[in-house]
Design a protein around this ligand. Structure first.
Ligand code: SF4
Length: 358
């Protein structure tokens, strides 16, 4: 695998600084929380709106989505649910690219987000202009991009993938004799290349959450919990993946938690996933994999600072006012739809099984 493009140090520092300074919703009293929950439920009915939440957002938002007939899923499940649900308004509780994907798939629907500044370091580390120039330099390669990219980057792609289907789709392309460009996550790209053996040029973006997991500290933790199983998301560094019992998407890790016979699970992904894991494995002890360590401190500490910008208050506000609508210019939307639709068609049967089982 060749490295396609290093993220310049200046941009990397900027992204880490943005992550460190992402604003958090102000704490609420239990009374305020309950009154906001009741208010949001009423607004959802009045406005024929549904909540589509990512598994990394705060637990109270995931619970609210579940209680109101919405959906909690990874980005693949979110895209599919939003695309099939009849509500006029989709309220996407996650980060910006998820709202854009919902809008690309559902141009006739109103798509709202609690905070449009909730972004993603993978998206930020792959600017559309530079990526387009790079792709144009390699016209013989199929362009495969991760869901965590802007609409403009998707518009330059042939395929969109998520961590649930990336290996299957790239295997399919390899069987067709294709060489690929993959963007933007360097760790996921390397993992896919190792799993498939495809000829790949890989962009060098990073996730501020998964990039922080530390192998040395994880080994120490594994010595303290020798019977624990280690579940790792493939956006994590190679040395962390090498210690895993299970590597996979959030959906695969939740399934692994359910099926594992271990009493303790060490989990290397955003701990927002614990809500879904506790639902299917209530008796297991869930332990966050280490993110800080000798000579290192964590910025995100296993919880995405941008996912954490979503809260009850800004959710109620967008439902009351209709602000924070997601817009995607039509010319970009039409181009970005093709790689998303290709992926959805490829994965349709698998996703339907997930929705049915949820
Ligand atoms: S956890 Fe990482 S990949 Fe997911 S939204 Fe946050 S920064 Fe992006």
């Amino acid at each position: 695998m060749d490295r396609a493009n290093e993220v310049p140090k200046r941009l990397e520092n900027e992204i880490r600084s943005m992550a460190a300074h992402a604003p958090k919703p102000a704490p609420l009293s239990p009374e305020d929380r309950e009154s906001l929950r009741i208010h949001i439920k009423k607004l959802l009915v009045e406005q024929n709106a549904v909540l589509v939440a990512h598994v990394y957002v705060d637990e109270e938002l995931q619970i609210l989505a579940e209680e109101t007939g919405g959906h909690v899923a990874d980005s693949l499940g979110m895209a599919y649910f939003g695309n099939t649900h009849p509500a006029n308004t989709l309220v996407v509780i996650g980060v910006r690219f998820m709202g854009e994907t919902a809008k690309i798939l559902n141009p006739e629907k109103r798509v709202l987000m609690p905070d449009l500044d909730a972004t993603c370091s993978l998206d930020l580390s792959c600017p559309a202009d530079e990526f387009t120039t790079f792709c144009d330099q390699h016209p013989d390669r199929e362009v495969v991009v991760y869901a965590n990219t802007s609409a403009a980057v998707k518009a330059r792609a042939d395929w969109m993938v998520t961590s649930s289907n990336a290996v299957d789709i790239v295997n399919h392309l390899k069987e067709e004799g294709q060489k690929i460009i993959f963007a933007p996550d360097k760790h996921l790209g390397r993992y896919i290349q190792q799993q498939t053996g495809v000829d790949m040029l890989c962009w060098q973006g990073f996730c501020v959450v998964h990039d922080e997991f530390k192998a040395v500290e994880l080994k120490r933790l594994m010595e303290l919990y020798p019977d624990a199983e280690v579940l790792v998301h493939p956006e994590s560094p190679e040395a962390v993946i090498a210690l895993a019992d299970v590597v996979g998407s959030t959906t695969k890790l939740i399934k692994a938690a359910e099926e594992s016979t271990a009493k303790q699970l060490i989990v290397a992904t955003d701990y927002g996933i614990f809500h879904s894991m506790k639902a299917v494995a209530p008796d297991k002890e869930l332990i966050v994999a280490p993110t800080g360590g000798e000579g290192a401190t964590c910025i995100s500490c296993a919880h995405c600072p941008w996912m954490a910008m979503n809260g009850l208050k800004n959710l109620a506000h967008v439902l009351e006012t209709g602000t924070n609508q997601v817009h995607v210019p039509e010319a970009i939307r039409v181009k970005a739809l093709a790689p998303i639709q290709r992926m959805l068609d490829f994965s349709k049967s698998n996703i339907q099984k997930q929705i049915d089982a949820a």
